[in-house]
Design a protein around this ligand. Structure first.
Ligand code: 13P
Length: 249
């Protein structure tokens, strides 16, 4: 089964190091049957255009401003990354929600801005350990989906990938089990059905992220309930990431 495999490099690697990364990945991914996306820091996007442009590997950013242009010192707009050939943007990552205090209202506005500029959105949702332990995980994720996708039209959902990234599994070495993943993916699809339609739920692209490694990736990515994965730490080593993207699932 063809999978969507996305790398989130977060705030790691330097632009000067990205040329090698991109060239290696572009070469190794050539015969892959999967869809591959790399999201490096903004500063790497010029190199991404140069070394990934025209290859099998798409690329995107890890954030955008909710504003289109103007006096927003230090911000980067959707049209700027689009101009560099980016096709995706990660929004609602728990790093942004927790460390930069982004709320669902802001994330919703960013999603609309991204879609209006022709970018595809990788919308991250997921509960904390505390929420999970209080058995509120499903309700919490459902509310994130509702709030983040408010006012989005059903036909626009084609441009939205929903990444279930439980916070307790990110960078902790404690990946969710396939049972956990399938259960929450079911909850997410059901919510899409409620908010949009059964057809939208069936077509929705839902992926998982959290502590995927070179040792456990096969078992997780082969889960037929998910359309792919979002990988942090294990995507930093391009050799390992290349192994993961070349596999048939
Ligand atoms: P890790 O794969 O390092 O747990 O990170 C997951 C993640 O946050 C991807 O966006």
């Amino acid at each position: 089964m063809k999978k969507l495999i996305i790398a989130n490099l977060k705030m790691n690697t330097k632009p000067s190091e990205f040329k090698d990364y991109a060239m290696t990945l572009a070469t190794k991914a050539k015969l892959s049957k999967n869809s591959i996306v790399v999201c490096p820091p903004f500063t790497h996007l010029v190199a991404a255009r140069e070394f990934l442009g025209g290859s099998k590997v798409a690329y995107g950013a890890q954030n955008i401003s909710d504003e289109e242009k103007g006096s927003f010192t230090g911000e980067i707009s959707a049209s700027m990354i689009k101009d560099l050939g980016a096709t995706y943007v990660i929004l609602g990552h728990s790093d942004r929600r927790n460390k930069f205090k982004e709320n669902d209202k802001l994330i919703n506005k960013k999603i609309k801005t991204a879609l209006a500029n022709g970018l595809k959105v990788i919308l991250c949702v997921g509960e904390s350990l505390q929420v999970r332990e209080s058995k509120q995980a499903s309700a919490f994720v459902r509310k994130q989906i509702d709030d983040d996708l408010k006012g989005i039209y059903e036909n626009e959902l084609e441009g939205v990938v929903i990444a279930y990234e439980p916070i307790w599994a990110i960078g902790t070495g404690k990946n969710a089990t396939n049972k956990d993943i399938s259960k929450m993916v079911g909850v997410i699809r059901k919510e899409i059905e409620t908010q949009f339609s059964a057809k939208a739920a069936q077509k929705a692209i839902v992926i998982y992220g959290g502590s995927i490694t070179i040792n456990n990736y096969k078992k997780i990515i082969s889960n037929e309930d998910i359309n792919g994965v979002l990988i942090g730490g294990a995507s930093l080593d391009v050799e390992n990431f290349s192994v993961i993207v070349r596999e048939n699932y």
